[in-house]
Design a protein around this ligand. Structure first.
Ligand code: DAH
Length: 340
């Protein structure tokens, strides 16, 4: 009987070393210690033994049973440990490894990039930024800028009226009036913002677009200062080789007034589809501020004078990047925007 017990023990211990997972371990456990297991069989058959033999064999059998149970436990712990180790190895993350997949990142809108670039050029010349509301008094949008109610030039811009006295600003020029009324001259300001006009959407029109106003108020500024400032500005934005042209024009808030053209950024001035064969592209309106505007805003035009210019940020963006349809700049299609 004792020999049989020993051989069950040895066999079990040997097999125990060979089990590879918990299922095998469980099967082995059942075959030895289970209800019909080899050891259980022996324990059960002990009733048939003589009394003394029963106690000796019983003790031995119970000891072996305990030993085996402990061995099973140890083996089980060991198995789950190796299982964990395998999982850890499998799931290990090397935090020093460089990323393989690029996450999509946002970027600045081309108009924002352009705006910041041209703003920075002016900031480099001593300008500071200034802003105001998009819903504006008619008084600031027109009247103070030398456009009284009956002025025919009000028709130059189709206006969204909120009521008799309030409009959606049609340009950034009302910021000139706000600056004159609120700031102590002298000052140099760059004033960006969204502006609104009653326009159908097409390749070159949008009812909402972005302008930027430059405004310099000082004691002795002249048309020459305006021209010098704009030439430096144009070269910084479009490159040293660009040519600039001052063309006489009319704006109620400036006298004299001019429009500025640059040599075509696409063909360099030879004439192409973009410049419609002229070699020139219009980029902004400007002039020496009309004394009426200064007076309307409480400044003595004998002591102070000013110059101003206003440009479309969308237009400069189109010219810089060769974008042929303004709608692309306002529709925010990610496929378009991701190219910049
Ligand atoms: N406000 C004008 C417009 O939207 C642009 C402009 C022209 C602004 C001449 C100026 C200027 O400051 O001097 O059409």
């Amino acid at each position: 009987m004792n020999e049989k017990l020993q051989s069950i023990k040895n066999e079990t211990l040997a097999k125990l070393q060979q089990v590879r997972d918990e299922a095998e371990l469980e099967a082995l456990n059942v075959s030895v210690l289970g209800r019909n297991g080899s050891l259980t069989d022996i324990l059960r058959s002990m009733g048939k033994l003589q009394k003394e033999e029963r106690s000796i064999v019983g003790q031995a059998a119970n000891r072996i049973k305990k030993e085996l149970e402990t061995e099973f436990e140890t083996r089980k712990a060991k198995l789950s440990e190796t299982l964990m180790e395998k999982r850890f190895a499998l799931e290990a993350i090397d935090v020093t490894e460089p990323g393989k997949r690029r996450l999509p990142t946002g970027r600045l809108h081309p108009m924002t990039q352009t705006y910041r670039e041209i703003r920075d050029v002016l900031v480099g010349m001593g300008f500071t930024t200034y802003g105001g509301p998009e819903v504006e008094y008619d008084d600031y949008n027109f009247t103070k800028l030398n456009l009284p109610l009956d002025h025919p030039a009000r028709d130059m811009q189709d206006t969204f009226y909120v009521n008799d006295r309030v409009v959606l600003r049609t340009h950034t020029s009302p910021l000139e009036a706000r600056a004159l009324l609120n700031l102590e001259p002298p000052f140099r300001l760059v004033m960006p913002g969204r502006v609104f006009r009653v326009d159908e959407v097409d390749a070159s029109h949008s009812p909402v677009f972005m302008q930027m106003e430059g405004f310099v108020v000082d004691r002795n500024v002249s048309l020459a200062d305006l021209k010098g400032t704009l030439l430096a500005f144009v070269k910084a934005v479009f490159g040293e080789d660009v040519k600039m042209r001052f063309r006489p024009s009319y704006f109620p808030f400036t006298e004299p007034s001019a429009e500025v053209d640059v040599s075509c950024t696409i063909c360099g001035g030879k004439g192409c589809r973009v410049c419609k064969g002229t070699g020139w592209l219009e980029i902004l309106g400007c002039g020496v501020t009309n004394p009426h505007e200064l007076e309307n805003c409480g400044l003595d035009p004998k002591e102070w004078n000013a110059f101003a210019f206003g440009l479309g940020v969308d237009r400069i963006t189109s010219l810089k990047y060769g974008i042929s349809d303004i709608r692309l700049e306002y529709e925010n299609d990610a496929r378009f925007l991701s190219q910049f």
